[in-house]
Every structure is written in structure tokens, then in C-alpha cells.
Design a protein around this ligand. Structure first.
Ligand SMILES: Cc1cc2nc3c(=O)[nH]c(=O)nc-3n(C[C@H](O)[C@H](O)[C@H](O)COP(=O)(O)O)c2cc1C
Length: 393
């Protein structure tokens, strides 16, 4: 199927299938895969099915309104695009295309530290300021430099990712040769590339440069990807603790959101450290396989925080119905990762726009059929009561 059919996609799964046909295997697997046996990855989606909404009738649901504030920023619906590394390989200058689509849809876009496009490139191309995602680097001067770049490019919300002390073990990346620097790995990747000539021309050749845009001034030759990767691997800092969060809080004048909190105790510590919000996340099942799904953790974390800190939740959100379930269980909003990656790969900016528009419509329909007209009316009474009290999940 050619990407032109992205205009007919009606669900996240449709975009996923299109992305699979468009991308070289190792890249599709990089997006699609998770850690270990991918049990947490599967649970993230599956556990949404165990949450049951309550259908309400005869409530006058004319003019359903999905508008809201997300971490203090107005948005057309309670959703933001989660930061994804290397999105400039999913489509030509992918971060720019996705940021534009997010701006059109009126929702925030999260740019990864390891995005292909830089903060400046995204800022220049999009009508909306983005949220910047930061990984802690050993070189704290480099971190300060990134914070300066973010501020200089109008960014006022920092997503600081805390669930990547070390990289999770992703078997698909081993099997398909992505992590293999020997001739065998190179041959495997070359074979997969040759099977996707459309991607090769459009993204592989015309989409250059392919280095990590926010980090180019840190390495001697940004075009030497192996040197770049070696620098980055050495820079990831597993020694980060809560005292670094306090340090970051002093450095960063904008909103500070900790991304990758899964346990109530950690959520309370985030509150203690002066964070402005959390993203309840297990990195889309890409880090520790065997941890709970995020939707399962949400009621516990919401109860512990007791509305003192906004919660965004990500992992497995694939429809407007899922968004409503997350809100009913205590989230202020959600982030989506793979769905926008698949749409971007399937049909670029237009497809991401279409995906976001569908998710907004699905949310509005779900709200109407649950008998609510605005998000202020969404609470635990919308879901089966056993769940709201955290008994079923
Ligand atoms: C391909 C891919 C790359 C990712 N890269 C990053 C990243 O650079 N920084 C980060 O904080 N999270 C990253 N994540 C995690 C996402 O931000 C998000 O937490 C996750 O994708 C949500 O789950 P979902 O894909 O089921 O929506 C990545 C996820 C995927 C799938």
C-alpha cells in the first residue's frame, strides 16, 4: 500500500500497518518494540480494555467541548505528543512535520533531546513553542547549554525523563542488526534499506542531515554517527538522584515535569522537589519489562497526589475512549508516542494532523455518550466504581 492511503486510515493500528510497509525493518522495530518479552508493552494497551466507562443517556450533550489547560497551557484537547528520539528518520525532517501538525491541532509537541531536528529548526518552522525533553548528561555544562537553547527558542516547559538510568534491553534491535556494528549487522541493515527504496530516497537521502540536532556543537564531527553515538552513550548518566532534580529545579525557570514516574512514593518525591507535574510513564514498555501498565498505576498515583500535582499519563493510549478513561481515573491529560510516529511514517504532517483530529473527535463522542459536555465534568463517576476505587485493576 502506498502512503497515499494514509488519508483513509481510521485508527492507530491502520497507521501502524502503513508505517510497517514504509519503513526499513530495523526502524519500524525500533519504534514498535519494547523491552524484554514486551509484556509491559502489551499490558499498557490491554489494561485499558479492563476499564469500563458508564454509558449515560438523555443528558443534553450538544456542543461537547474538549478544550482544556495542559500544564498551564491552553490546548484543544487533553493530549500532547510525547518526545520520541530520532523522529527525523521516520519521515523527512520528521520533528518539524509533527510539530506543525501539533500546532494545527492545538496540542503541545514534545521534542526529544535526541531528536534529529534541533530546537531552533522546530521553533522556526512551527507556530507554537514546543516542550523540550531532557536526559541528564554527565557533562552538566552541556545540560546547561541545552536549557539555554530551550529558553532561547521560546520553550517554557521541560520534560525531564527519569526512567532511563540505563537503557532497557530491546531484543528486536538485536535481532534486526540495529545495534550490530559488525559487517553482519551492516549487511542486515543494508538489505532492509534496499527493500524500502521510497524511504531511502525521501528520508535517507533527501532528509539529511541525520545527526542529533540539539547536540551537534558537543561533538567534533557531527556527521560521524558512530563517534556521535559513542559520545552520547558515554554521556548518559546513571548516577542521577533526587538531588539532581533539586539542582535542575534551580537551573530551570519554566515548568518542570518529571517524565517516567510510576510509583506513588516517587510521585510524592517529585512534589517535594518542586516539580510542576509528572508524566506517569514506563517509557512505553521500553525500559523495565514486567512493571505494571500505566493505566493500572494511575488510580494509586492520583490518590497519593490528591490533586496537588497534575498528572499526564502515557503508554498504550490508542483512541479517544482511552483518553477519557485516563481522565476519569485522575489524569489531567495524556501523551501519545507510537501513534504519532506511525502516522508520521505513513503520511507525514498531514497524517499526524488527521490522527489528532480523529482522536479529538473520538474523545468528544465518548464524552457525549458518557453524558458530559466539558472536561470539568469528567471524574471517577464515569468509570465502573470498582475500578475508581482501584479494586479491579
Ligand atoms: C521510538 C520511541 C522513541 C522514544 N524516545 C524517547 C525519548 O527520546 N525521550 C523520552 O523521554 N521518551 C522517549 N520515548 C517514550 C515516549 O516518550 C513515551 O513515553 C511512550 O512512547 C508512550 O507510550 P506509547 O508509545 O504506547 O504511546 C520513546 C518511545 C518510542 C516508542
Amino acid at each position: 500500500m502506498s502512503p497515499v492511503f494514509a488519508c483513509m486510515a481510521a485508527s492507530c493500528d491502520d497507521y501502524r500497518r502503513l508505517a510497517e510497509r514504509r519503513l526499513p525493518r530495523f526502524l519500524f522495530d525500533y519504534i514498535d518494540g519494547g523491552a524484554g518479552d514486551e509484556q509491559t508493552l502489551a499490558a499498557n494497551c490491554r489494561d485499558f480494555q479492563q476499564v469500563h466507562l458508564r454509558q449515560r443517556v438523555l443528558c443534553d450533550v450538544d456542543n461537547v467541548d474538549t478544550r482544556c489547560e495542559l500544564i498551564g497551557q491552553p490546548a484543544s484537547m487533553p493530549l500532547a505528543l510525547a518526545p520520541l528520539g530520532m523522529a527525523g528518520l521516520y519521515a523527512r525532517r520528521g520533528e518539524v512535520q509533527a510539530a506543525r501538525a501539533a500546532a494545527t491541532a492545538g496540542v503541545p509537541f514534545g521534542l526529544s533531546t535526541v531528536g534529529i531536528c534541533s530546537l531552533a529548526e522546530v521553533h522556526a518552522a512551527s507556530a507554537q513553542k514546543c516542550w523540550f525533553q531532557l536526559y541528564m548528561l554527565r557533562d552538566r555544562e552541556a545540560v546547561q547549554g541545552l536549557l539555554q537553547q530551550a529558553l532561547a527558542n521560546g520553550c517554557d516547559t521541560l520534560l525531564f525523563t527519569v526512567d532511563l538510568a540505563v537503557a532497557g534491553i530491546r531484543r528486536r534491535d538485536m535481532r534486526n542488526g540495529m545495534l550490530d556494528g559488525t559487517w553482519r549487522g551492516k549487511l542486515a541493515k543494508a538489505t532492509q534499506l534496499m527493500q524500502r527504496p521510497g524511504w531511502l530516497l525521501d528520508v535517507g537521502i533527501r532528509g539529511k542531515p541525520h545527526h542529533f540536532g540539539n547536540l551537534t556543537d558537543r561533538v567534533v564531527d557531527p556527521n560521524d554517527l558512530r563517534a556521535f553515538k559513542a559520545w552520547l552513550d558515554a554521556q548518559f548518566d546513571p548516577c542521577v538522584t533526587w538531588s539532581d532534580i533539586r539542582w535542575l529545579r534551580e537551573q530551570w525557570p519554566g515548568k518542570l515535569i518529571l517524565k517516567g514516574i510510576l510509583e506513588p512514593d516517587d510521585a510524592l518525591r517529585a512534589l517535594d522537589c518542586g516539580a510542576d507535574g509528572i508524566v506517569l510513564s514506563n517509557h512505553g514498555g521500553r525500559q523495565l519489562d514486567g512493571v505494571s501498565s500505566t493505566i493500572r498505576q494511575l488510580p494509586k498515583v492520583a490518590e497519593a497526589l490528591d490533586r496537588r500535582l497534575p498528572i499526564l499519563v502515557d503508554g498504550g493510549i490508542r483512541s479517544g475512549v482511552d483518553i477519557l478513561k485516563a481522565l476519569a481515573l485522575g489524569a489531567q491529560g495524556v501523551m501519545i508516542g507510537r501513534p504519532w510516529a506511525w502516522a508520521l511514517a505513513a503520511g507525514g504532517e498531514a497524517a499526524v494532523e488527521r490522527l489528532l483530529s480523529s482522536l479529538g473527535s473520538e474523545l468528544a463522542v465518548a464524552m457525549a455518550l458518557c453524558g458530559v459536555r466539558n472536561l470539568g465534568q469528567v471524574d471517577a463517576s464515569l468509570v465502573d466504581s470498582g475500578l475508581a476505587e482501584n479494586r479491579i485493576l
